[in-house]
Design a protein around this ligand. Sequence first.
Ligand code: BYC
Ligand code: FE
Ligand code: FE
Length: 474
Amino acid sequence: MLSNNVDLNAKIPNNVGLADDPKLLRALEKWLPSYLEWWHDMGPTDFEDKPVYLRTAVSVENDGWAHYEHVRMPDYRWGIFLNPREQASTIRCGDDAGKPAWSEVPGEHRNALRRIIVTQADTEPASVEQQRLLGHIAPSLYDMRNLFQVNVEEGRHLWAMVYLLHKYFGRDGRDEADALLERRSGDPDKPRILGAFNQPCDHWLSFFAFTMFTDRDGKYQLAALSQSGFDPLARSTEFMLTEEAHHLFVGETGLDRIIKRSAELQRLDPNGDVRNQGGIDFDLIQRTINYWFTYSLDLFGGEISSNAADFFATGLKGRYREDRLPEHRALDQSYRLPVVDGGRLVERDVPLRNAMNEVLRDSYITDCERALRKWNRTLEEAGSPTRLSLPSRRFHRHQGIYADHRFNPEGELVSQSAWDRDHGRWLLRPEDNDYLLSIMKPVYEPGKFANWIAPPNKGIEGQPVEFEYVKLHD
Ligand code: BYC
Ligand code: FE
Ligand code: FE
């Protein structure tokens, strides 16, 4: 039973009729204390008793699904929400495009679907773990609130996927749900599944780059999964996307505010030296963009992938906005891309279905380029001569056909020795972290901002910028 009405008083708020499924309810209520224990150990622990001005989902209606109030994070109502559907869904792509969508897991797709759902699920708690200490060096209460909003919603995204595992995958699903609380970001013995989610994110420059670039992979993966022929997955990810928009806003505007402030400091300093003024210099911003953009490119998987071809052919995963494309089979078409052959880059055609990861990566890169143009406008308006850019998609890759070669940010093949000499100019390095941590001291006074970042244009949900978004003193 699915309705637009959310049962908010339930221990687990939901619009999936949990009360009518006692067995599932019991299983999820058993998982709940383990989840809370994980949150307590691995979430933003030290702020647990502080009321935060959070948005909570209270309905699945397009307008007005959210409610804002000060709540303590452990009391946040993590719930299970599926987007309602007006009409019966169909499989959106592949060999069976147009046939009715599945409301149960087809036996032949069980393993693939479980793998996709587990991989998606794993990223959500991973990001909370990566960000767990950032509250201590927040540049303002406004930013701290945004961090915590992102954290609780990533927790809810984990719930969304765990619901699917429990409801549709029986014993295996329950085991996978438990394992999601056992892996740890960056732990050499039990790491998170995907590369970017094991990288440290220990200052706010990385936090904003992560929410800009890595959460944006989330947007594109969720959008592709919202086109899935497995209807419960499509509806879960559709609702997750409504929350994701805020995470991307936090990242994109966070970097924009840093860039704006750095431009101001550049102008202020007699030598144009941003660091001399205690700000974040543009080379360091560029290295951070290079670092997180490329780890995020890896999240799309290999350029030439039989997994991707299978996911598309079987209707498990579509392209970005597949439903708006003119054609859904992608047969007898090819995709041209540069590959390394005999030490040179040469163009090669691959069957389009095998290039589906690359097709999704294209949509993502186009979106990132838009943000870069926006930041460069900010620089222009501030009278700064500096411009920022995205590195080539071949640069600094750990997955796919470019991973075994070295490229410079322009995408040209370089030797290992050239790489060893130059990569410190291109990517975040340990000294960068030392410097950033030296300037990132917490600013906890309402309406005040750290020296290295400009205030936002407006507050959250009509509240003023100087609103007490996190109540640190009762
Ligand atoms: N790191 O055919 P290939 C988010 C593995 S972010 C490590 O190239 P495929 C969020 C791959 O698993 C969105 N391993 O790739 C953001 C495979 O392993 P097996 C998360 C990697 O399978 C911020 C092998 O390499 N959602 O929501 O076509 C905050 C060859 O695979 C990586 C999803 O990812 C990597 N980067 O595509 C919070 C959606 N890349 O099977 C949340 C679900 C590849 O040979 N996942 N491998 O052992 C998928 O659709 C696919 O698993 C991938 C990989 C797109 C990730
Ligand atoms: Fe998420
Ligand atoms: Fe997110």
